[in-house]
Design a binder for this molecule. Structure first.
Ligand SMILES: O=C(O)COP(=O)(O)O
Length: 232
């Protein structure tokens, strides 16, 4: 297979049933792809440092796009901030004052976004923000709600990596499961939604697999290898 770049979500994609524990066979498959010369880059709603550390210990490409596209980590002390946390905090105050049950989620520190528990009505919050002319992105990764600066998402974050390393859309394969992965699907030629994805997410992907997080990644890679063999 010609060198490809795999843009891979973490939670719900390479984890085992929700708990955040990595599915070792999926990670092993991604490490093998890296050893074969492909790039495997985590693109996550987690902190980019969590994604970066997973790449170091997991043996994949040492670049991570985190904070839903708001922050890129290239090394221990090299973080590219694309979002602005202050505007996300302003949005948080407005939501807290107007919507019930808004709670910040305990997560690793963020440089560009605010992360919330999935305990409140997201649409009500969107309405309040638009009424107050606050222009931010509110999204649901199934793991958390996120407030990001306007124009920040996994697709725009990963595009920065594509520009920096001259990666062509034709060579990008995105793998994910949640609505926050849809913008990432849009910048990739091939996008794969796992079995645990909603119908909406599946409808935005170019391929789907039946297995859920972890096993679904292995199924996806098998399917890609088969497609590639048939094209040779
Ligand atoms: O939302 C999060 O914090 C994590 O989610 P992701 O790895 O599925 O993007």
């Amino acid at each position: 297979m010609k060198k490809k770049t795999f843009a891979v979500d973490i939670d719900g994609t390479i984890t085992e049933n929700g708990g955040g524990r990595i599915h070792l066979d999926a990670l092993d498959a991604l490490r093998r792809l890296t050893n074969m010369g492909h790039d495997v880059i985590f693109v996550t709603g987690r902190s980019s440092i969590e994604g970066y550390l997973l790449s170091v210990f997991g043996g994949t490409t040492k670049i991570a796009v985190g904070e839903n596209g708001g922050c890129i980590t290239l090394d221990s002390n090299d973080h590219v901030l694309l979002g602005n946390i202050e505007e996300c905090k302003t949005a948080l105050e407005i939501i807290k004052n107007n919507v019930d049950d808004v709670k910040e989620k305990l997560v690793f520190p963020r440089m560009t976004e605010v992360v919330l528990e999935r305990t409140f009505d997201l649409d009500a919050a969107r309405k309040i923000l638009s009424k107050n002319n606050i222009n931010v992105e509110l999204s649901d990764s199934q793991y958390a709600f996120h407030i990001n600066s306007s124009g920040i998402n996994k697709g725009t974050g990963f595009s920065k990596i594509m520009e920096k390393y001259s990666i062509l859309r034709d060579d990008v394969i995105a793998i994910g499961d949640s609505a926050t992965d849809i913008p990432l699907f849009k910048v990739a030629k091939t996008s794969i939604a796992l079995g645990n994805a909603s119908n909406l997410v599946k409808s935005e992907a170019t391929m789907t697999v039946s297995a859920n997080a972890g096993d679904g990644v292995i199924e996806a890679l098998d399917k890609l290898a088969f497609t590639d063999l048939n094209q040779q």
